[in-house]
Design a protein around this ligand. Structure first.
Ligand code: SUG
Length: 446
């Protein structure tokens, strides 16, 4: 049976803003307080989704979170009418209000870790929502994320949905952003690479000194157990702590894998040589391409600024491999020159396609952050909620929905405006009907 990779992108929510919430994420910190454009952000994302679908790929969409998260504000002791809660939080704890307003669920590479049925002992596709404990604004995502995943990957015979890991820093989990899979064919057993930033239980092990390492080895191991993977199809690799300190807050900012290609910066990992030998041994027979980018070709600084590695490498139905890159790669002289030589060299990557996702990039989210990959076969695809799949018609109705409900500018001062809350909930209520999700949001559940 034909197997393929589907990409499920996060739909940017109506409250997309720049709050500077992510210590260790250079773009988030440097654009703090900038004026955002939620409408442009959502339309940029939808246009990328349609373009990928038109390349012949299966493309889906994951709904955003309910924001503001008024329930969390109440849990933190703010009381009164919704308008009073927003005003009190704005006056006394603006950082909490911003966190409860973040549209950060758009980066669905952090929604969950996904393992395809070909790798799991029970033959199901497994999902574990990421607990995202390192950042408060993201730690409040996983409950609703789990409901959205269940309403999207519906067939319980084929999809296994787990709870997020315990919410403790020992199990800090950032989902697919620190996970990639190499395979000969999407339907055959592959090798899953789990990249962690630190050991959660060994204080003497290497770790970054300035910025946080968000993913722990203990979390990656727990996800591999939940997903019924085995010794032969998993490799655990530590991320180089020095690059985390230079702004590489997830592995997908320094390496990306697809099919039988691993594209990585030479400084991405610790013990690179022995770990890549382990990958090759577990991969077994067949062509496997390691494309290493040396520091003299692309500096860490340029990799972080351009998001060269936060690209999507796609295997098109024709077998051709293309890179979906942000326009920032085109604008960075060193990276643009590198990409020209890459496609000219003898490797499977045939061309680069550039996309404008600047609204997301300014918060540290490139094309690969915006998508969750789910390798599946035709039967599994039939078990997906078909209303969440992108084609010309669904792209048109979602774009019209965005244009009807979204503002074209948002400042932090707007967050105390109760009409923003009402606009957001009205939009999301309509969205659950468009995507046939049922009542996934707290405000719909009473
Ligand atoms: O978690 N930015 C996100 C970006 C996530 C990118 N994802 C991957 N690399 N897969 C984060 O740091 C910024 C929000 C703000 O500052 O308003 C933010 O959450």
């Amino acid at each position: 049976m034909r197997a393929f990779e589907a990409n499920f992108d996060g739909l940017v929510g109506p409250t997309h803003n720049y709050a500077g919430l992510s210590f260790g994420n250079v773009a988030s910190q440097s654009n703090a307080q900038a004026v955002s454009n939620p409408r442009a952000a959502a339309l940029q994302g939808l246009d990328k989704m349609l373009s990928v679908q038109q390349l012949g790929m299966v493309q889906g969409v994951l709904a955003p979170q309910q924001r503001p998260d008024i329930h969390t504000l109440k849990q933190l002791g703010f009381s009164g009418s919704d308008g009073e809660i927003l005003q009190k939080a704005f006056d006394t704890a603006p950082h909490l209000l911003m966190a409860c307003y973040s549209a950060s669920s758009m980066w669905t590479a952090n929604a969950a870790t996904v393992s395809p049925s070909a790798d799991s002992a029970d033959g199901k596709v497994h999902f574990t929502p990421a607990n995202l404990v390192n950042k408060f604004h993201r730690a409040i995502e996983h409950g609703v994320t789990g409901r959205i995943l269940k309403a999207t990957f519906v067939d319980q015979q084929r999809f296994a949905h787990h709870h997020a890991l315990p919410a403790h820093e020992m199990f800090g989990d950032e989902g697919a952003a620190n996970h990639t899979r190499l395979c000969r064919d999407y339907g055959q057993q592959g090798v899953q690479l789990f990249v962690y930033g630190q050991h959660g239980s060994d204080p003497t092990a290497p770790k970054p000194s300035l910025y946080p390492a968000r993913q722990t080895l203990e979390a990656s191991q727990a996800v591999a157990r939940l997903h019924q993977l085995n010794e032969d199809n998993t490799v655990f690799i530590q991320q180089n702590p020095d690059v985390i300190d230079q702004g590489v807050f997830h592995n997908d900012v320094i390496a990306v894998g697809n099919h039988n290609v691993l594209f990585y910066h030479e400084q991405a990992f610790l013990d690179t040589q022995s770990k890549l030998e382990e990958v090759r041994r577990k991969f077994g027979e067949g062509e496997l391409h390691f494309i290493k980018v040396p520091t003299e070709a692309v500096s860490i600084d340029n990799a972080v600024r351009s998001y060269l590695f936060n690209t999507q490498i796609l295997t098109l139905p024709s077998g051709e491999m293309v890179i979906i890159a942000p326009t920032e790669c085109q604008e960075n002289a060193q990276v643009a020159a590198y990409l020209e030589t890459l496609v000219a060299q003898n490797n499977p990557i045939a061309k680069v396609l550039y996309f404008n996702v600047k609204q997301s990039m300014q918060n540290g989210g490139g094309p690969a952050c915006l998508r969750l990959r789910v390798a599946m076969n035709e039967q599994e695809l039939a078990g997906v909620n078909q209303a969440t799949l992108i084609n010309q018609a669904s792209h048109a109705s979602l774009s019209a929905w965005v244009s009807k409900h979204y503002r074209d500018q948002l400042t932090l001062d707007d967050l105390r405006d109760p009409s923003l809350l009402n606009e957001s909930l009205t939009a999301l209520d309509e969205l659950t009907q468009l995507l046939k999700l049922g009542s996934v949001y707290p405000f719909q559940r009473g």
